[in-house]
Design a protein around this ligand. Structure first.
Ligand SMILES: Nc1nc2c(c(=O)[nH]1)N[C@H]1C(S)=C(S)[C@@H](COP(=O)(O)OP(=O)(O)OC[C@H]3O[C@@H](n4cnc5c(=O)[nH]c(N)nc54)[C@H](O)[C@@H]3O)O[C@H]1N2
Ligand SMILES: Nc1nc2c(c(=O)[nH]1)N[C@H]1C(S)=C(S)[C@@H](COP(=O)(O)OP(=O)(O)OC[C@H]3O[C@@H](n4cnc5c(=O)[nH]c(N)nc54)[C@H](O)[C@@H]3O)O[C@H]1N2
Ligand code: SF4
Ligand SMILES: [Mo]
Length: 661
């Protein structure tokens, strides 16, 4: 029996350090690493079952070639040699006819390893193909909003939350998506800190919170502005901090705050005037208020404004200046590694860029040249992209040569001409930096690739060689590429010796100070991205009465765990959740099949009725493959329109109704 220390590569902010027990080449146990201060000896309820992911009977064993219509899932096994020969021949033909921009290839986030993800993107960069602006389906809006206030730099260290005197879970379902932060919250609560949860849904955290504020969906900027109004009115702002560390608050105070009276704030947010007053008073009284800002509030047409206004609050009380206070959205921007070494080894500075959430649109409509070849790794846009019906029409294009690299036959892979079996993270080695903590760590390979599966890393180097690319990174080992990533690293990361990292466990670049700002002024900017405000959702035409609330599932992280039967069962059948009043109004019962419909189409799910969500919204947890639902998948109802900042996805600016199936 061997114990191998590695890193969880799933798309999750915690980036746990894992101890994997291997017996005769087989994983028998996965545990959290007790030597990692945040992982603290436990992995989440999904990953401590990752044996079932690795050894799932649904894993792909060999490369496949399509034998039936696109989308039908009919394939026949072929050898790697045949698969690679065909891919390279088709890509070369596309380049000869249309130039490299006729190809679009990318790896997305289901493998967080900097090499398994980055080097594959580096391959397409070097080839000069059309490029995908990834992340617009996820965090580009939230990031742009944060950057407009604080600059491109990480937020509060999750470890500092243990020192906080007030904890706020603001649109973040910690038990589902950030479970190790919860342990820090518990430590702070044991020392007397109060927990407030602000969410349109009574989450598990809300149930154990000191105070739950059931805010109306999409109205967070109003609550933040209402709180600022009260703090200004009552003289509770930290004027010295505002003067020294921020710019633009005078304009917010003069031009915006007068409108956000407690009454107006209450009317918009659906909270009572007393709640708004009480929230502002508690926030103002705290010295070290720690806000965990979630991404949910950004997934609206005006989502950027929601998020940036919340990110401004700690500037008003000076909480940003104190360790234990401030706000945490993400940390990734503070790791100043030389990512270009893997992501941009060579290739033109610019070529055509396709926004991730408009991938369907680009495949259908891009011309000069049209996109004739598509390569997708670690992403399942046929389910997770908005306007999935359009996405699938695009994938169904007979003249599009599609290759999908995935451990499973995902809904997207069913549209591929060639499917390549991918390893899981336990079958590769890589280097990781967290996006929700300040740790980085080298992840060792625990076991050999299963069946004929090959890692993203292996596949990249193989394809690069066959396409005639000679950049050294395409023939280097992982430890040598790591040295390239640290050559020219800046800030705290520059202190580490990359030669030592493969033998080390987790290392932190965190520091004990307050929030630094990386804006043009070097200060927190209240007005650089325009004055903060609240506006109603423009998609609300009143034609459809309910608004979509959609968040990751507890046991089905997007679709990456859909090949694990136990976790599918734990999550339950794909469902929609309605408040009892909304269900009664429609004569609908818990457990029946229902049709969710709007101008874009309809899908079938099982109805759950629960008072945990507010009237006026319908919650659809997770994004689940069609085959598991009564019919279809939730993003068929969502438009591929942009948020106000960062060109992100507007999943929750979706209005719909629910009827019997
Ligand atoms: N309605 C709605 N839609 C959403 C969201 C929402 O909250 N609501 N959330 C959005 C967000 S935040 C995100 S990040 C996206 C996520 O969307 P996706 O990136 O599509 O995530 P997954 O569905 O997990 O798909 C990842 C795929 O990668 C495969 N995979 C796993 N590991 C590897 C590997 O090592 N190599 C390769 N080649 N493949 C691998 C998995 O089997 C799976 O098929 O979804 C977005 N869509
Ligand atoms: N286990 C697990 N962990 C994950 C993921 C996963 O799928 N599974 N996904 C990872 C990825 S890719 C991402 S991007 C992150 C996602 O992280 P987040 O997007 O932060 O997702 P949640 O933690 O579900 O937080 C969303 C919460 O916001 C609430 N909410 C929705 N709209 C509003 C609103 O208008 N106002 C307020 N105040 N609250 C609102 C929802 O009810 C929900 O409780 O998580 C990452 N971590
Ligand atoms: S909590 Fe997140 S990082 Fe930790 S094991 Fe689970 S999915 Fe992986
Ligand atoms: Mo995401």
């Amino acid at each position: 029996m061997q114990t191998i220390r590695t890193v969880c590569a799933h798309d999750c902010p915690d980036m746990c350090s894992l101890l994997v027990q291997v017996d005769r080449g087989r994983v028998v146990r996965i545990q959290g690493d007790p030597d990692h201060p945040l992982t603290a000896g436990f992995a989440c309820g999904k990953v401590n079952r990752d044996m079932e992911l690795v050894y799932s009977p649904q894993r792909l064993a060999t490369p496949l070639r399509r034998t039936g219509p696109k989308g039908s899932g009919s394939f026949a096994p072929i050898s790697w040699e045949e698969a690679l020969d065909e891919i390279v021949a088709r890509w070369k033909a596309t380049i000869a006819e249309h130039g490299p921009m006729g190809i679009l290839g990318y790896a997305y986030s289901a493998h967080q390893g900097l090499m398994n993800r980055g080097l594959l993107n580096g391959l397409f960069h070097a080839l000069g193909t059309s490029r995908l602006w990834g992340g617009t389906v996820c965090d580009s809006c939230a990031e742009a909003a944060w950057d407009s206030v604080v600059g491109p730099i990480g937020g509060a260290d999750p470890e500092s939350a243990a020192e906080a005197d007030l904890l706020i879970c603001w649109g973040s379902d910690l038990h589902a998506t950030n479970v190790h932060l919860w342990t820090k919250f518990e430590q702070a609560r044991a020392k007397g800190a109060k927990l407030i949860v602000i969410d349109p849904r009574r989450t598990r955290a809300a149930k154990s919170a000191d105070w739950y504020l059931p805010i109306r969906i999409g109205t967070d900027s109003a609550l933040a502005l209402g709180a600022m109004h009260i703090m200004v009115r009552d003289g509770k702002t930290d004027e010295a901090y505002i003067a020294a560390q921020t710019t633009g608050f005078d304009r917010v105070k003069a031009e915006v705050l007068p409108r956000f009276t407690p009454a107006y704030t209450a009317e918009i947010t659906g909270l009572s005037v007393a709640d708004v007053e009480n929230f502002a008073a508690m926030y103002a009284a705290a010295k070290k208020s720690f806000i965990r800002i979630g991404f949910g509030m950004s997934r609206f047409t005006h989502g950027g404004n929601n998020l940036r206004t919340v990110a401004m609050l700690p500037g008003v009380t000076g909480a940003y200046g104190r360790y234990g206070g401030g706000a945490l959205l993400a940390t990734a921007a503070s790791f100043d590694l030389n990512y270009n070494a893997v992501r941009k080894p060579s290739g033109p500075d610019s070529t055509r860029t396709v926004n991730h959430l408009k991938l369907g649109d680009a495949l259908l409509n891009a011309s000069d040249p049209p996109i004739q070849a598509l390569f997708i790794a670690a992403n399942n846009p046929a389910v997770t992209n908005p306007d999935t019906a359009k996405m699938r029409r695009a994938l169904a294009r007979e003249d599009l040569f599609t290759v999908v690299h995935d451990p499973f036959l995902s809904d997207t892979a069913k549209y591929a001409d060639i499917v390549l079996p991918a390893t899981t993270y336990l079958e590769t080695e890589d280097f990781y930096r967290s996006y929700g903590t300040y740790y980085m760590q080298y992840g060792n390979k625990a076991i050999e690739p299963q069946g004929q599966a090959r890692s993203n890393f292996w596949l990249t180097q193989e394809l690069a060689r066959r396409m005639g690319l000679t950049d050294p990174v395409f023939s280097m080992t992982q430890p040598d590429i790591l040295k390239e990533m640290f050559r020219g690293a800046k800030g705290a990361a520059a202190a580490f010796d990359p030669a030592q990292l493969p033998g080390q466990g987790p290392v932190s670049i965190g520091h004990k100070g307050g929030q630094a700002f990386r804006t043009a002024s070097g200060k927190l900017e209240f007005a650089a991205g325009g004055l903060p405000d609240w506006q109603p959702d423009p998609a609300d035409t009143k034609q459809f009465p309910l608004q979509l609330l959609t968040t990751p599932g507890y046991f089905q992280s997007h679709t990456a765990f859909s090949g694990v039967a136990f976790l599918r069962e734990r999550e339950g059948v794909p469902c929609a959740v309605l408040h009892p009043d909304d269900a009664a109004e429609r004569g609908l019962q818990h457990g029946q099949k229902v049709r969710l419909h709007n101008e874009r189409g309809s899908i079938g799910l099982i109805l759950h009725v629960a008072a945990d969500i507010q009237p006026g919204v319908v919650l659809v947890p997770g994004q689940r493959p069609d085959g598991e639902a009564v019919e279809g998948t939730v993003n068929m109802l969502c438009a591929d329109t942009y948020t106000d900042m960062g060109e992100g996805a507007t999943y929750q600016s979706t209005w719909l109704d629910v009827a019997a199936w």
